[in-house]
Write a protein that binds this ligand. Structure first.
Ligand code: NAD
Length: 475
């Protein structure tokens, strides 16, 4: 059934998983793509021990050497972009042109950025802070073995966000991709095998409760980094409070509000939402998924959104014209449909694009007009679904946004800089865009507040998160 790499990567070797196989699907067809044997608990232990052995030497390599390895990884990703993009597109249901041109370019850029950043670690100057006879200096050392747990929505990009800063800083990692989308990371491991010393990166596959839990609970793990659900974040915090206390880095869910003021440029907004709400079929933790609009603009915006939604092109990922593909699984499709049908049941107005004319896990783009208390406005849907709720004054919209359990992405739309800045300053969100939404820069931190987690991905901040600060004093 498979032309894909399906073996685990442990201590520099590709090995067959000895646990039960998980089936990876092709969501655009709704059919199995490959069976991937999971790691046994023994293999998880071997991977952690391999990382623990490898990091001691890797940590001692000068930053220049680690940097060169990351730059080589980036070059190799670009050289193999076709194979990696095809694998990612089929397993995650992403339009091939976006994976090839956008996501894979970002993956390479992330390795390149952290390869450069590690040679530019910031910190106070060494000096005589207590007396002329006492010299202080600050070191940033790696943390040790980092257990990393990745989600299915951007399998390679999220893996890159985790692996690149961790190994640049001198740590060694054991990463577990989502059981739904392991194939692209296993393909990327061929590059790790060529470039990195054995054990610096290890990849184990399998489900969360068995393989993931064994990994994050291992006593030799010093830090756990998760991108995933809030519930999984709680499991990580429990594992981190075991016999050996572990550091944690959590990137969890989101429910991004889009606050549209009375003077907003609606055409620019709708053009932006076309991508910011529907890219990756809305399965994005910062997707612009709930609009709070000044009541004077509600009807006009609804009309414009209806025109946009009914013109969105979605379908098979290999087509050159599609803007998004299927959702990840039959379960996710059912979940998204459940939100929309419950909203309908509560009397919400629902506007939808044309139904999908193909098999696979496709959900039609959807706009739901709903009150702030509606489930669809409060809970993370993670599908091509947008809600719209009118507000009376801006303070009401800010209060609604801040009452959320989430605090990851948000945006404010106003033509007046001082109004937009005042709202942005008041929002309890890790990322706030003004007159745009969803645009990332590798140099800038990405992370959440409240139930969206803490710790930064991307930027120098992420590199620092994967280091341990130490003070050395010479008396
Ligand atoms: P998930 O939490 O179900 O799965 C994420 C990973 O955690 C998978 O690899 C899974 O196997 C593993 N896992 C599950 N239970 C575990 C356990 N008990 N111990 C160890 N590992 C376990 O999330 P998902 O469905 O794959 O991803 C979607 C979620 O991720 C959404 O909530 C989304 O918002 C969030 N997300 C957040 C960001 C961000 O930057 N904040 C980015 C992407 C996705």
């Amino acid at each position: 059934m498979t032309d894909f790499a399906t073996r685990l990567f442990i201590d520099g070797q590709f090995v067959d998983g000895q646990g039960p196989a998980e089936t990876a699907y092709e969501p655009a067809l709704g059919k199995p793509l490959a069976d991937v044997p999971s790691a046994s608990l023994d293999q998880v232990d071997q991977a952690v021990r391999a990382a623990n052995g490898a990091y001691k030497d890797w940590a001692k390599r000068p930053p220049k050497e680690r940097s060169l390895a990351l730059l080589r990884i980036a070059d190799a990703i670009e050289a193999r972009v076709d194979q990696l993009a095809a694998t990612e597109s089929r397993n995650a249901g992403k339009p091939l042109r976006f994976v090839r041109g956008g996501e894979l370019a970002n993956v390479a850029d992330v390795f390149r950025f952290f390869g450069t950043a590690v040679r530019n670690m910031p910190g106070p100057a060494s000096g005589n802070y207590r007396s002329s006879k006492m010299t202080s200096l600050m070191r940033r050392d790696p943390v040790g073995v980092v257990a990393q747990i990745a989600p299915w929505n951007y399998p390679l990009l999220m893996a890159a966000w985790k692996i690149a800063p961790a190994i640049a800083a001198g740590n060694a990692v054991v990463i577990k991709p989502s059981e739904l989308t392991p194939l692209s990371l296993l393909a990327l491991s061929e590059i790790f095998a060529e470039v990195l010393p054995a054990g610096v990166v290890n990849v184990v596959c399998g489900n969360g409760p068995d393989v993931g839990n064994a990994l994050i609970s291992h006593d030799l793990v010093r830090m756990i980094s998760l991108t995933g659900d809030v519930r999984t974040g709680r499991a990580v915090l429990q594992a981190a409070a075991g016999p050996m206390i572990k550091r944690t880095h959590l990137e969890l869910g989101g429910k991004a509000p889009v606050i549209v003021c009375e003077d907003a440029d609606l055409d620019k907004l709708v053009d932006t939402l076309r991508e910011a709400s529907f890219y990756n079929a809305g399965q994005d933790c910062t997707a612009a998924c709930r609009i709070f609009v000044h009541q004077s603009l509600a009807q006009k915006l609804t009309d414009k959104l209806e025109t946009m939604i009914t013109s969105l092109v979605y379908g098979r990922p290999e087509r050159d014209d599609v803007e998004f593909g299927p959702v990840i699984s039959a379960r996710q499709l059912e979940r998204v449909e459940g939100f929309v049908s419950r909203a309908r049941g509560e009397g919400a107005d629902v506007i939808q694009g044309t139904p999908a004319d193909t098999e696979g896990f496709f959900h039609t783009p959807t706009l739901v007009a709903a009150p702030i208390t509606a489930e669809i406005v409060q809970k993370e849907v993670f599908g091509p679904v947008l809600s719209l709720t009118p507000f009376n004054d801006v303070q009401e919209a800010v209060d609604w946004a801040n009452q959320s359990e989430y605090g990851l992405g948000s945006s404010v739309w106003s033509r007046q800089a001082e109004v937009a800045m005042e709202i942005a300053n008041a929002l309890e969100y890790g990322v706030t865009w003004i007159n745009t939404h969803g645009v990332m820069a590798t140099e800038m931190p990405h992370g959440g507040m409240k139930n969206s987690g803490y710790g930064s991905d991307l930027s120098m901040q992420s590199l620092l998160d994967y280091t341990q600060v130490r003070h050395l004093m010479i008396g």
